[in-house]
Design a protein around this ligand. Structure first.
Ligand code: AHR
Length: 520
């Protein structure tokens, strides 16, 4: 870590109201958490709990789409069990159709009578046939069933501005144009709502290897012509932004935005950062040791450096924070599960990954004034998934449970927390022992999320909210027999939340656990 990065990291931690791990002795077993309910900060946008569903492996086909004739219970071809599970975590938006897939996707292949759609290829992900059975109308039907917003990613890499402009007109115009009539003939006369539009994906990589200068020129064209005609729905346009710690796209896109003309605009830029250490991914998703556990927790905390680094650049051009940061790909990317096809990105999901999910969400919440969209990669059967499916069976992962426990944080007001974090050490690795965020929920309650990173020591936490008369806390805790425990189809409830009903002065956090409570 350079001195600069260390300084940035320290500043991020201090501004979040947390005592940096390195400065706190706290090897004690009682940790004090003080919530300042009198100083509500930015709203934690529910869209930071977004999902990402790419045409990749078994993410869409099998994971979402089984077809109307399937023996698996479905509504118009979409799995009922998956919809029910996603509704329960109040998914705010689903980013689709990719990822790298989006920049090779031609939307016209995915409309019209299903049996007559062309078979195409998916060169990014295993080179398999893409049947185009799940296309525009199926995606919007799925969103309706889940109750989520669209986050559509248009093809800047291999498409044209005309193709994207047509897709947006097809989707959003209420007027009787030829494209509207085609939409009506395909079953949807009313315009669709497209609240979030991604203007390309990773154009610095799989989306066309464009220099920042070339991309910003493209951006101006697409931001102008990919128009939203649905006056009942504002559309936020998200430009491609940084790849991890690289700042060239952040500088170029924000400088272009600062000098924008009447002819184009954007409302956000994206950041992609995976907990992976290096590509190709080698960390195992099962039977891993403490070294892996600690290394990936430390790597996850790099998210703070990135939010600070890119946030500072954005502040330089946009001190009023009009342009949002959309962390629209995040999560732990591990070695593929042995025996699964190359390019399908299937991995198990452990208690460690639940801890990683909580740490990332906490980072976004601490930057709620800038980070207003985020999408975990990915939703079903791919990478750090919420859900695994096998034929008619569905399995909820530890990460799913974290998303469910954090529902009260959706659109809640961030509250500063003073925390004696302590330190968890493993070899040369040091991270805070405990992490905590708090918020005032839409239900009027103060909610606290507590993560114990230490895989050996339980922690007793004394939660205080000066001015709030409360003696008890209630909520749920997600703990597991081991930090590498997983749920399987044979043992689906090894990791599942348990009720917490404790004195506010004595909330016990099991080793490597996530707890969310509110005050009684
Ligand atoms: O999530 C898998 C892939 O990771 C996405 O398609 C791409 O955008 C990123 O590199």
């Amino acid at each position: 870590m350079t001195h600069l990065r260390a300084a940035l990291c320290m500043a991020a931690v201090l501004s979040a109201g947390i005592v940096p791990a390195a400065t706190v002795a706290a090897d004690n077993d009682s940790i004090r958490v003080t919530v300042d309910a009198g100083k509500p900060g930015a709203t934690i946008d529910r869209h930071i709990f977004g999902q990402f569903a790419e045409h990749l492996g078994r993410g869409i086909y099998e994971g979402v789409w089984v077809g109307p004739d399937s023996r698996i219970p479905n509504t118009r071809g979409i799995r009922n069990d998956v919809v029910a599970a996603l509704k329960a975590i109040k998914v705010p938006n689903i980013r689709w159709p990719g990822g790298c897939f989006a920049d090779e996707y031609h939307w016209r292949n995915g409309i019209g009578e299903r049996g007559k759609r062309p078979a195409t290829l998916n060169p990014n992900w295993g080179g398999v046939i893409e049947p185009n059975t799940f296309g525009t109308h199926e995606y919007f039907d799925f969103l309706d069933q889940v109750g989520a917003d669209a986050y559509l990613s248009i093809n800047v890499g291999s498409g044209t501005a005309a193709e994207s402009a047509d897709w947006l007109e097809y989707l959003t115009t209420p007027q009787p144009t030829a494209l509207q009539q085609q939409r009506a003939a395909n079953g949807h006369p009313e315009p669709y709502r497209v609240p979030i539009l991604g203007l390309g994906n990773e154009t610095w990589g799989c989306g066309g290897s464009m220099t920042p200068e070339y991309y910003t020129d493209q951006l101006k064209v697409y931001a102008r012509y990919a128009r939203n005609y649905n006056t009942r729905q504002a559309m936020r346009r998200i430009a491609v932004g940084p790849d991890g710690s690289h700042t060239d796209y952040t500088e170029a896109v924000m400088a272009a935005w600062k000098n924008k003309t009447w002819a184009w605009d954007i409302e956000g830029i994206s950041l992609h950062f995976y907990t992976v250490v290096k590509f190709p991914p080698t960390f195992k998703s099962v039977d891993f040791d403490e070294n892996d556990y600690a290394t990936l927790l430390k790597e996850t905390r790099r998210m703070y450096d990135l939010l600070k680094t890119h946030g500072d650049i954005m502040d330089k051009y946009d001190p009023e924070k009009k342009v949002l940061l959309s962390v629209d790909e995040w999560g732990v990317w591990l070695a593929k599960t042995p025996g699964t096809p190359d390019g399908f990105l299937e991995q198990q999901n452990s208690q460690r990954d639940a801890v990683i999910a909580a740490l990332n969400i906490n980072a976004f919440a601490r930057h709620a004034d800038r980070v207003r969209i985020a999408n975990i990669a990915q939703m079903v059967n791919v990478l750090q998934a919420m859900i695994f499916t096998r034929d008619e069976k569905l399995l909820l992962t530890p990460t799913y449970h974290v998303f469910k426990m954090y529902v009260p944080f959706q659109d809640a007001a961030f509250l500063p927390v003073q925390l004696e974090a302590g330190t968890y050490k493993h070899g040369d690795i040091e991270v805070p022992r405990v992490d905590a965020i708090a918020a005032k929920g839409k239900d009027g309650r103060v909610w606290v999320a507590l993560t114990n990173l230490d895989p050996h020591r339980a922690a007793t936490v004394n939660v205080q909210v000066p001015g709030v008369k409360a003696t008890r806390v209630r909520g749920e805790t997600l703990a597991a027999p081991k930090f590498n425990s997983v749920n399987t189809f044979e043992a689906p409830e090894t990791v599942k939340p348990k009720a917490v009903n404790a004195k506010a002065s004595a909330v016990t956090l099991a080793p490597a656990s996530v707890t969310v409570v509110s005050f009684e």
